[in-house]
Design a protein around this ligand. Sequence first.
Ligand SMILES: Nc1ncnc2c1ncn2[C@@H]1O[C@H](COP(=O)(O)OP(=O)(O)OP(=O)(O)O)[C@@H](O)[C@H]1O
Ligand SMILES: [Mg+2]
Length: 706
Amino acid sequence: MSRSIHEEKAVKQFKDTQLLTRLLSYAKPYWKMIVLCIALAFLIVVADLARPYIMKVVIDGHINGLNRPMLAAGAEQAESLKRYGRVVEWDGKSYVRLDEEDAAAAQASPPEGAEAVQIVRTDGQYWLIAGWLSSPQAAVQAAEADGRAAVLSEGRTFAAAPLDEAALAAFRAQDYAGFVRLGVLFLLTVIGAAALSYLQSNLLQYTGQTIIFNIRQQLFNHLSRMSMSYFDRNPVGRLVVRVTQDTESLNQLYSQVVVNLVKDVIVLVGIVAVMLHMSVELALLSFTVIPVLALLTFWYRRVVREAQRRTRTILSRLNAFLAENLSGIRITQLFIREERQREQFDYHNTAYYRAGMRGTVINSIFQPAIGMMGNLAIALLLWYGGVKVIDSSITFGIVYAFTHYVRQFFQPLMSLAEKYNQIQQAMVGAERIFDMLDEKPAIACSDNPKHLPERVRGEIRFEHVWFAYNEGEWVLKDVSFTIQPGQTVAFVGATGAGKSSIIQLINRFYDIQKGSIKLDGIDIRDIPLDELRRSISVVQQDVFLFTGDIASNIRLNDHEITDEQVREAARMVHMDDYVRSLPDGYATQLGERGINLSLGQRQLLSFARAIAHQPQILILDEATSNIDTETELIVQDALHNISQGRTTLIVAHRLSTIQHADQIVVMHKGKVREIGNHYQLIAQRGYYYRLYELQYKEQSPYRPAR
Ligand SMILES: Nc1ncnc2c1ncn2[C@@H]1O[C@H](COP(=O)(O)OP(=O)(O)OP(=O)(O)O)[C@@H](O)[C@H]1O
Ligand SMILES: [Mg+2]
């Protein structure tokens, strides 16, 4: 017993690198777009990272700027101060603030003609003191020395001059200007980042959607070339999932993941660089949580892909089940199998739910865990940074900026989890898509095809044909016969004898295992498939109608068939009157969005289809089984006309319909039992004779054989 087709076979596992290379190859035509997106990402990152830095400058340079060490010089040396920054004129002297580096340098070797001064505050009074405190936070105390105002700090005495409101305003002026300048800059980074993000995400969506569009197209083309045995093995539901959902997961990859991943990496590298630049100690401190992170990620990586794979497989099963059961709903209801089907659905549904939940649980552990690591890093920063601010080795602005950077640092890490998730989904999707694309159509065109002549004669020859759908289970055994051009040949035999199989073989829906089938003397395996199939029309018992109108169902997108030919074909099978009576005539919609035809009408339409395509070979597989006797006679008549000069193969259970055939091939259990025309076979008194007798007796009261 072979495995149920619902058991989704384990998809071939590809190496990640293999998958990535192939995935990238789809993105290759759009590389310019992607590079542009990455460039945009870079700008966005710069804007994002600039913000905490701007805050740091606001805090250290302006809010706390008044207490910074300064250099003072006479008006004539003002020029030499300009290189340190903005020069403030007050009371006939020039002053400039120093940043940390300059202050340190000036401390080591005081510049010529300039003196160190600083503004300090005690008890609500601001002083300009001669010299620098050991740190801006050092405690100060107003005092008097030699009868003049002075400030004491850590045992040192500084000469001090009180500053009035006007003086303060002069020193503060650059801070107010700075707030405005930096505020505007801050705003610009926000607006800029937003605008760039908008642009980037649109470009990305466009790229992703286009790539996926191509992949879906390729998949569909591929599927439409697959042989019938492939569709025997793969339920429709599964294929639908591949073409729609699996490709969607790839869309995520192209439109979200790739570029954002690059962006995240830029963010991480950028933050590390900025952190190290601002404070090596604090940076190293923040990084201490990284090993734990690495472990977490490692664990996550391992479990999540397995979960994803499972989910996909189960979803596939669920879909296949659904598709099959919905198309078979009539049978389910007729046989009151709803309860049982519901149980089965419940089973698949539960499995899917469990698989989904598992993924969710994994994520709900991972995401907060990463978040916690981030907060842990911030806690460390507060503790250590706080101490360092008090002893003045680090400014408050830096600690403040660090808390932001740490947050920004962990954000991509957290979304990395999500992205990893998406990548996993995409990888699983890609595996399944490539697995499908790699499946070679079992019916391949020969390497050196032989072309059919412009006008096919229609000679069909089976030579010792052996065929099995599944290995070892022979359906046709050593079948040989020859159909001359233009002959009408009938196939009869019990159910399961192999009649339909013969017909599918002529179309090359399947390939035979032994022997050969020749059309006009050429092995059909050497004939290009489209040429072969173009010369054959098949009318089957169950007719498939496409969504669309009647005319297009007859024409089947072959625009060489004119409206007149469509009508002519319908007239030949006596459908024209009926179609004209419909409100929209030949433009009447069928199926879901339109009317439903009866089984017999479908068969007539299918006849019209075959006639309109004017094939050299016409095959009818129980094509008249659902047509009433009167119409059948008419159709037989039409058939008789169109089969003139055409090779016609007919499979029929009603022997009355095939008596006029040039040859009748009697099949029995996959073998040719008898061949001959009606009279020869009757004379043989063999299997055909017995069949005929049975039916004749049955039919004689109503309709004696012609
Ligand atoms: N797609 C398939 N996969 C596997 N086995 C198949 C497939 N189609 C048909 N068979 C098997 O091949 C054998 C011949 O089937 P076939 O359809 O050719 O019979 P038939 O003569 O057309 O019967 P009927 O008169 O009922 O249409 C049957 O035993 C059937 O089980
Ligand atoms: Mg059949």
